[in-house]
Structures are given as C-alpha cells and as structure tokens.
Design a protein around this ligand. Structure first.
Ligand SMILES: [Zn+2]
Ligand SMILES: [Zn+2]
Length: 337
C-alpha cells in the first residue's frame, strides 16, 4: 500500500491508504510524485461545485514527478531519475479528434485527478508519452521543482493564446485575473500584445499591478472600449455573454474559463461584427516542452504566484485555509515527502 490524500465527499479530504502501483506495461512508467499544484478545479471539487466529478476521488493533475521505472517500448528521451511535468490528459488515441491531432479534446478524455484518480499519492503508473522531462538547469533554480508542477496550469494559457492566433501589438483584454487569467497574461505578454486586464477583486488587481507594470488595469470599462482579442477567464456565465461586446469588428473571443450554465449568445452582435468565438480546452502535448524551455530561460515569471506550500500529508488541514479570501492565494503547491 501507499499513502495518499482522498476527497471522500465534498469537504472531506482525508489521509488514506491506496493500492500500490503494478509493474509498468509496454509504454508505461512508474513515477514518484514530488509536487502537486493546487488548482481551481481542486477547490471546486472540495466545495462540491464540480459538476462532473465523482466521489471518492484522489485529486491532483498539476504534477512534478520523478521516473522510478520504465516499462518496455518507452520513448528513448526518458530515463529513470528524470524529473518530469505530467500532461494529465489521458486520451484514447483512436477517436477522430485524437486522429486529427487534437488529443486535448479527445471524445473520451480522462483528466487525471478529475475523471480518474490523480496524483495526491506517492506513486502512479502513467503512459510514458505523457511525461515531459524538465531541463536539469531548471531544477537548480529557486522554486524550480514547484515551477515544474505549474507547467500544466500555464499550458491552459498557452493553448488559449494559440487558439486566438495572437499577433504582436494587437490589443488584448483579459477578463478575470485569477490563476487562469494570469496564465493567459503570461503568454499574451510573450506574444507582444498590448494588454488590458479587467478584474473586480482588489487583491487580484493589486497582484497584477505589482508584477505586471506594463498592463493596463481596470475594474470596469467604458461601453465602447473594444479590443482585437478578448479572453474570458472568469468561468462566469454573465461575464462570458458580455465578453462579445468587448471585441472589435472582426475580433476574436476566447472562452478559457468554463461554466455549467448555458451562456446566452447575442447573435446579432456576433454576426454584425463577424466575431470568431473559440472555446479553449486543456492544452496540446507540444505546449509542455515549450513551457519547460521558457521557464528554464527565465521568460515566464511564475515564482511570485507561489504564495503557499505545504507537505501533502498536511493538506487536509491546510487546504480549507487557502480558500479564505483574505489569504489571497494565487497558487499553492503540496510537496510529497
Ligand atoms: Zn489545474
Ligand atoms: Zn480520443
């Protein structure tokens, strides 16, 4: 057996014993979990606000792991001892979406820690193709290991910016400066866009003002203020519906956040301005090595996001504290010892 943390039911996060992993089959690897980023999805699951999660569930999809054992037929780029970021999107590889190269939205996608048990444990058996090795020099940097655990969350912003086909000097509005909005901000910044962030919560505006002085920051906008590209990272139905009004004629809108509600769509507006509306789901495999490379070069600034850390075994007591609004947690990381 191995120890882990399980969410038995909303509000009931507990230490538990989990089955030990079996020997790796062809193309599989046994990994030791080192660090886990805690995400909005995890908090929602804890609060019972995730519509498609079943309990009990072992959470954890933002993972830094070390390879312990490789089965036969694994990619030669992987070695025992390598620290990797995990691409937690377990796709079938056979549906027409997978075959068209869009494994991020496989028709029967299983996201680790959401649709199946995730990484809040000591060891996992994973498809080796989902492991992306971190450069050794990244791990020597301050918060290097924690950064590897944040690669998946950054990949969300990376993919959203790619969906928009963002070009340098375009005007961009990011609605919502929570962790996902910040990942969009990082990649829109790298693309050379002119950035405006709309955020209602003062502590989030303060964070953006402190760490992104080049960004225009506002809590509301005049009705006629429009942008080439609008990203909605709120997951809020009303905000998503209104986001279309913020796009120029011919503009693009990307919904990064997700809501279970039906979003009313102003078709007259969509047509008159011939807007392009994109959903952005998860991220593509190539985003993971790209992000590891950018981190290693110091071109992504995620260290200031990591305001909280704890040992995984203490998570049941500590996670509820991270939900307190006055803590203003951007990203928290649990470390497995
Ligand atoms: Zn996440
Ligand atoms: Zn598929």
């Amino acid at each position: 057996m191995q120890s882990g943390i399980i969410l038995q039911a909303p509000g009931r996060l507990e230490q538990t014993q989990l089955p030990e992993v079996a020997s790796p089959g062809p193309g599989q690897a046994i990994v030791r979990v080192l660090a886990i980023g805690i995400c909005g999805t995890d908090y929602s699951a804890y609060l019972g606000k995730m519509p498609f999660i079943e309990y009990p569930r072992v959470l954890g999809h933002e993972l830094a792991v070390e390879i312990e054992e490789l089965g036969p037929q694994c990619p030669s780029s992987l070695q025992v001892g390598a620290v990797c970021s995990v691409e937690p999107y377990l796709n079938c590889g056979q549906c027409r979406t997978c075959l068209s190269g869009r494994s991020n939205c496989c028709e029967s996608l299983q996201v680790l820690g959401v649709h199946c048990d995730g990484g809040m444990c000591q060891r996992l058996c994973l498809p080796a193709a989902k492991l992306h090795p971190a450069p050794a020099s990244l791990l020597q940097q301050p918060l290097g290991l924690e950064s590897v655990a944040l690669v998946e969350t950054l990949a969300i912003g990376c993919h959203a910016v790619e969906r928009a086909q963002l070009k340098a000097n375009e005007s961009v509005l990011i609605i919502g400066a929570g962790p996902i909005g910040l990942t969009v901000l990082e990649f829109a910044r790298l693309a050379g866009a002119n950035l405006t962030v709309l955020e209602k919560q003062p502590h989030r505006r303060e964070f953006v003002a402190r760490h992104y002085p080049q960004v225009q920051l506002c809590q509301s906008l005049p009705p006629d203020h429009r942008f080439d590209v609008v990203f909605d990272a709120t997951g809020h139905c009303g905000s998503m519906a209104a986001s279309l009004q913020r796009a120029h004629f011919g503009g693009r809108v990307v919904w990064v956040g997700i809501t279970a509600e039906a979003v009313p769509l102003d078709d007259a507006l969509l047509h008159r301005r011939e807007l392009s509306l994109h959903a952005s789901r998860n991220a593509r495999p190539a985003d993971f090595p790209r992000i590891l490379g950018l981190m290693n070069e110091g071109r992504l600034q995620v260290q200031p996001w990591i305001s909280e850390r704890c040992a995984l075994r203490n998570l049941p007591e500590i996670l509820p504290q991270w939900l307190e609004p006055q803590r203003a947690v951007v990203k928290a990381v649990a470390l497995v010892d």
